[in-house]
Ligand binder design. Structure first.
Ligand SMILES: Cc1cc2nc3c(=O)[nH]c(=O)nc-3n(C[C@H](O)[C@H](O)[C@H](O)COP(=O)(O)O)c2cc1C
Length: 356
């Protein structure tokens, strides 16, 4: 009995010594893999590559934002609180104007320069994004567009963001963010821009905590085909109205696939007019396969009506027809009507992919 006690005491001392030595080991000593022992690979860890996210693992998240007056920064911090992600501010090389009118004038100038391909410099640089599975990118809306510092940052880092999943959020006085979603897709054509996006207008900011929680819950972070750019491209189409482009994500059905195949042959122009204070509708000029079911539309829905008519909904309607897709970043009547140039007859040009 005494012998057993002595042996137990010895084991306890050895364990204590081992623990002390481990704690004092230099940081660069042999790695201990998560859940495994020294030098052993975790079972099922894709060959032991710690960069490969495992099923059920929380994605490693970087929250990038720019913010002149603090609204977007507050949302970024809320997202960080809820995700445990890291936060990085994208800062313009030339500090924001303190005077509001001067800032408006500068923003207009910078947006015009971006249209000419000249991006105002930012002082934030990220060497690599390998440590992150998900980038959450936030910005204020400036004149309907993504604020210029974030446009510059995405432009400069597009190659490094290739194959990465990017979730977008924005703050605004009241404007929608659909045009900025199209800008993000064009700036980072090889990233997977996730749906849905999150817009918080001034009126929404007080309920930010709930909106952020709901949004994070609705992001499909289980998608694992984010390196398949061919699929992504055929899943997104571009619509242009009065010279302004925005994107839509197609449904996964035979009707939408047939539309994508048509667009792969060339652009399609549809003359569309208002109907019933809820939609714009016009003839495609050909028929698509129908997958009609009774559905209730939401603003932004692209609908196939009677197999040969394209309908863009800016309000709600319940009918039996086929959903072809949804305009990215649109959830309200005002946002959809703004992109369509308001009420009245318009020509809508549909194009394959996202490139302008
Ligand atoms: C240069 C500039 C342009 C803006 N343009 C718009 C706009 O087109 N539509 C809108 O709703 N709000 C507009 N706003 C308001 C901002 O989008 C809004 O206040 C936003 O929440 C500011 O975010 P921040 O505090 O992170 O800078 C603009 C603000 C500035 C400074």
């Amino acid at each position: 009995m005494e012998k057993i006690m002595k042996r137990s005491a010895l084991v306890a001392v050895l364990l204590l010594l081992h623990a002390l030595l481990s704690a004092c080991a230099p940081a660069d000593s042999r790695p201990v893999l998560p859940g495994g022992s020294e030098g052993q690979e975790e079972p099922g860890n894709g060959g032991g590559d710690p960069d490969v996210p495992q099923p059920g693992e929380e994605p490693r998240t970087l929250i990038l934002y720019c913010s002149r007056s603090g609204n977007t920064q507050r949302v970024a911090r809320e997202i960080a609180d809820q995700t445990g992600g890291e936060v990085l501010e994208v800062v313009p090389a030339e500090p924001y104007e303190e005077d509001y009118d001067a800032m408006l004038a500068r923003a207009q100038q910078e947006l015009a320069e971006i249209d000419r391909g000249n991006y105002p410099p930012v002082s934030t640089v990220v060497e690599r994004f390998d440590d992150y599975d998900l980038l959450i990118v936030g910005y204020p809306i400036w004149y309907g567009s993504m604020a210029t510092p974030m446009q510059s940052f995405l432009h400069e880092h597009a190659a490094k963001l290739s194959g990465k999943r990017v979730a977008l959020f924005a703050t605004s006085g009241s404007s929608g963010m659909a045009a900025s979603v199209a800008e993000a897709r064009a700036l980072c054509p090889d990233s997977e821009v996730l749906e849905p996006t999150l817009l918080l207008t001034s009126a929404d900011l007080p309920q930010m905590e709930n909106s952020v929680r709901e949004w994070l819950g609705s992001l499909d972070l289980t998608q694992n085909d984010h390196n398949d750019n061919d699929d992504m491209q055929s899943n997104t189409i571009r619509l242009t109205v009065n010279g302004r482009s925005f994107t839509a994500t197609l449904e996964d059905n035979s009707s939408a696939r047939a539309l994508a195949e048509h667009l792969a042959q060339g652009d399609l122009q549809v003359l569309m007019e208002d109907y019933g204070d809820m939609e714009k509708v016009g003839p495609l000029g050909f028929s698509l396969p129908r997958n009609d079911v009774r559905i209730t539309t939401t603003p932004g829905d692209l609908i196939l009506y009677q197999g040969n008519m394209l309908t863009i909904y800016y309000d709600v309607n319940t009918w039996s027809f086929t959903r072809l897709g949804h305009v990215d970043g649109v959830s309200t009547r005002e946002e959809m009507l703004e992109l369509l140039g308001g009420k009245g007859t318009v020509t809508v040009t549909l194009s394959a992919g996202t490139a302008q």
